[in-house]
Ligand binder design. Sequence first.
Ligand code: CP
Ligand code: NVA
Length: 330
Amino acid sequence: MGVNLSGKSLLKLLDFSPAEIRYLLDLAKNFKDLKRAGVPHRHLAGKNIVLLFEKTSTRTRCAFEVAGMDLGMGVTYLDPGSSQMGKKESIPDTARVLGRMFDGIEYRGFSQQLVEELAAYAGVPVWNGLTDQFHPTQMLADLLTIEEKLGKLKGVRFTFLGDARNNVANSLMVACAKMGLHFTACAPAALFPDPQLVETCKGIAAETGGSISLTSDLKAGVAGADVLYTDIWVSMGEPDSVWEQRIQLLSPYQVNAAAMAMAAPGAIFMHCLPSFHDLKTTIGQQIYEKFGISEMEVTDQVFESPASVVFDEAENRMHTIKAVLYATLK
Ligand code: CP
Ligand code: NVA
């Protein structure tokens, strides 16, 4: 059966079949080739999209802007400081106004419920650019990067180390289940993902040949893994007061040379970014002054090593988001 995503929103990967994800990855590869060859692809000229950000961003915002402009579209960026969103106008009202003017809406914000509500009211495709629960566009870039680097998705042994209940970890578990990877969350039990989501993903994995496991044992979690993936220990929207406990809980799960040595030969290191791997950031410096640590979820050595594919991953945000825009708006 052919895949048709025209008019569909991307709110979470759970709403997409493996065939639809496959279609988006193949489309992204095509767009990447066109971009590299300098072949124009302004297929959506005359359309306009709006990007709503209630949290900060570098990659997601720029990926949507460049992808939209490469496709020939007008792109408008709005943040809470420069719009009525949230403070003076509800999400349903904002959605109905923007849906009259734009062909599609990107939204980065807090609860997943908000982006679902936006989609219910907008009348045009809505793309989730990160909520507290999910980060689906990041997943497409991650899957494309794994396939480029390891030559396959099915059967890849994938380990996430860190806050395994956060948006990126939740989404990775879903993405791995959908595409038949073996997903392991390696984290303290207090930071394991929601049991209901784990059960859902186990059900999906049973059909795709993948698997889902949770462990607090670093060696068991990392041994033989093809991919070690981590994310910042405190996510946007969480209070600064959680840093101390998070550092305590997650320091044993840092991706360092010892962890990489336990992984499979040729294993790659991935991170959605931004990352605290040195003291060149304000928060990194503040944490150093308060807790005396100069690296957090990954050491600078691993981050800068040949195993690290983080900048390919970042570039792939743009190619995959372009695929989503094209597939849903064409
Ligand atoms: N990975 C990611 O979403 O990065 P930004 O927060 O910079 O968009
Ligand atoms: N878990 C992180 C991801 C950033 C891309 C956050 O939500 O801040």
